[in-house]
Design a protein. Sequence first.
Length: 384
Amino acid sequence: MQTTDGERDEGAEFRLNDTNDRVETVRTELREAALMKRKENRVSAWNKSRTNLGECPGVEPFSSEYIDEKVKLLKRKRISLVDYRYLPNALIQSEENINAFLKVDQSLSGLVRDLSGNDPTLQLYAANCCCNIALGNTKACTALGKAVIPYLVVKLESLNYALLDICIWTIGNLVAGSDKAFSILHAQHCLKYIILLLHNCNDSVLPSVIYSLLHYVHVGFHKISESEKLELVQVIIKRNLLYENPNYIWLLALLSSSLICVEHLHAILPQVVDYLYSTFSNSDGMAQASEITASIRILANTLHDSCEDKIDILLRNPKYSNEDLHLLLNKLLSHPYMHIRRETLWLIGNLYNHRLSSISQNIKDLIPFLSALNQAFSSIENSV
């Protein structure tokens, strides 16, 4: 847009960054979020296991020497059930303990033997060890993946829900931790089995299914077929899993980057908008930052090229007044978390540059009421 006599190019204020830069920013944020989530899972699982540690005196904290001793017993089938039970706790305690496990020659052979065997107790203990080793670094995940992935994929058809749950979670950890592990899983058509579980699984394992899918879609977005993405979004929407767990809405947020999924995501836009209004009417949105971020991303990805009636779900929703809309957007633009401010600017920018002039004009008319807009711009610019 050309300007003369010092006129301000309003459109320039809302031009999105170069597409490649935007994609890289999203990837970086998701990568950081995934790493943080895995660390949180490690701490959470460790804390939950502490109530059992008192039953095994003298083993808190677990030492590298303890790991070395028990792994050698595991290889020779001489580890007691009590020690085997606590070995996953030792592994989740620290990355050093994971490395100590893997330093023992042929240490994974015992886990493979028990995971592929017929004893359900040993299968479960071995799977728990695998799950916690998969919280280690890339080298650990790659080594584990090469050894156990074929057996994990087979267990995706197990009727033992406890074992199934752990194996699915392990797959999610492996995908998040190693590109090589993902490649092995993808070559064995792992996604097909996880999608089948999403269709039919018991509610007790559903969170693990979503967890593994979240990492699978994040890491392998460009390797997953459009038909698989479409099936995923349809099943998730059908099961009405939006806000029961942050991973559910984030999976939809990732899928919203696929054009083939956008039309189906239109069905959930009223719920997404209602969630944002409800959240900020009852809180400052700090505790729900993850769900808020995913919600804004869904709106930005689905509305940027949608018809006017879909966009009106946000801009002219009869359930909310103009003042409600102004208040919501200002709260998002002034949110303490910068990534939420950035996502909100992205949403506004997409609508400002909409192909329909009427939508663009609606945003221009809205700008004078967005008192937090300039502050949001400044904070983003200063962070670069």
